[in-house]
Design a protein. Structure first.
Length: 188
């Protein structure tokens, strides 16, 4: 039996998508307090829509498409504008964006060649997502001038997170590629 509230997770994903231009504009305009607030709201909404979809079984095909699109748009847009503003190294933003484009391209290719790509993110991929969110929040908070860490930690914390991300992105991306190759081989 269908419940009239099943649309809520999809509406939350659409709201998250609508926040992306506001996050990008606030970073571009150096309104970092607003940017971190909007980015936090978008990240929080991701947890809420996922919780509601799982808890009340309000999953849908549309939600399975909207949720990852919202996540990718938020991260790709944010990293592009952070790099453009000089707040993150260009090479690092290129790795983050390239990884997301590779994963999206791989998933789309698999879908058209073999059908639905069912699966769950690995633990490394989940850790990577959390680190990405922490990294963006740290960069934005430090850019506000409101938040600071003792001594040289202001510059070191984002650098440490960045290198942790390089490792988790590499491991999780290789994991996706290996999994897709194995699944594709089973279809041959």
């Amino acid at each position: 039996m269908s419940t009239p509230l099943r649309w809520i997770p999809n509406a939350i994903s659409l709201a998250r998508i609508s926040l992306v231009p506001m996050v990008i504009a606030s970073i571009a305009e150096a309104r970092f307090t607003l940017a971190v607030s909007l980015f936090f709201a978008a990240g929080f909404s991701d947890g809420i829509d996922g919780f509601l979809a799982r808890r009340f079984n309000w999953r849908s095909e549309l939600g399975a498409i909207l949720d990852p699109i919202a996540d990718k748009l938020l991260l790709i847009g944010t990293f592009c504008v952070l790099a453009y503003a000089g707040l993150v190294p260009m090479w690092f933003a290129a790795i983050v964006v390239g990884r997301d484009l590779l994963i999206m391209g791989g998933a789309i290719t698999y879908h058209f060649l073999y059908g639905d790509l069912e699966g769950r993110p690995s633990i490394v991929s989940k850790i990577n997502t959390v680190l990405l969110l922490l990294y963006v929040v740290a960069v934005l908070l430090l850019s506000t001038g409101i938040a600071s860490l003792p001594g040289d930690l202001n510059g070191q914390m984002p650098v440490v997170l960045m290198w942790m991300l390089v490792v988790t992105m590499t491991v999780s991306t290789l994991g996706y590629v290996v999994e897709w190759i194995q699944r594709a081989a089973r279809h041959q």
